[in-house]
Write a protein that binds this ligand. Structure first.
Ligand code: URA
Length: 209
């Protein structure tokens, strides 16, 4: 069964309130998303494997731990996912970054892949797939399929805000993908926006409308 982790850390919740606020301008919105992504990366990397090494301190030799060198990949779903990448890289700077671009076909409403660029060693990496909003789940499901079809075996999905509909759709489609969320909101509206949400994450990040 997939695990759903809601990060209720006070700093994440505080910053998320200002991310939601309609009065928050592009610059501040971008900075806050970056900061929350860093805080979420701290939580999501909690279970990274360690190995023991010997270190010479000024006092004596000691056994201590370093990361065991698991290969990680971060994959933003274009375009809003880009806003979370730098924040994650602050904590795991050696991670490789792939990109997946999807748009929704206006007739079928199905997500169509228009761009995929991933690290060459996909099957050896654990991936963090990022998109600020998990709304219907359509893009997340398609992006996970895209990663799996290229050999990815271990994928975590990370978003700021999720709707219950999106969480259900993603967990039904990909029960092996754990989901990491800063807030679980109420529902989707008739246009597919998360309520209360934050509006269009891409527009707010990039100052477009
Ligand atoms: N994508 C967004 O940017 N916002 C929503 O509320 C839903 C999907």
């Amino acid at each position: 069964m997939p695990k759903i982790h809601v990060f209720d850390h006070p700093l994440i919740q505080h910053k998320l309130t200002y991310i939601r606020d309609i009065e928050t301008g592009t610059k501040e919105f971008r900075e806050l998303v970056d900061e929350v992504a860093t805080l979420m990366a701290y939580e999501i990397t909690r279970e990274l494997p360690l190995k023991e090494v010997e270190v010479q301190t000024p006092v004596c030799k000691a056994k201590s731990s370093v990361l065991a060198g698991k290969k990680l990949g971060i994959v933003p779903i274009l375009r809003a996912g880009i806003g979370m990448v730098d924040g994650i890289l602050k904590l795991i700077p050696a991670a490789k970054v792939g990109h997946i671009g999807l748009y929704r076909d206006p007739e079928t409403l199905q997500p169509i892949e228009y761009y995929v660029k991933l690290p060459s060693d996909v099957s050896e990496r654990d991936f963090i797939l990022v998109d600020p909003m998990l709304a219907t789940g359509g893009s997340a499901i398609a992006a996970v399929e895209s990663l799996k079809s290229r050999g990815a075996k271990n994928i975590k999905f990370m978003c700021l805000i999720a709707a219950p509909e999106g969480v259900k759709a993603l967990t039904d489609a990909h029960p092996d993908v754990d989901i990491y969320i800063a807030a679980m909101d109420e529902k989707l509206d008739e246009k597919g926006y998360i309520v209360p949400g934050l509006g269009d994450a891409g527009d707010r990040l990039f100052g477009t409308k």
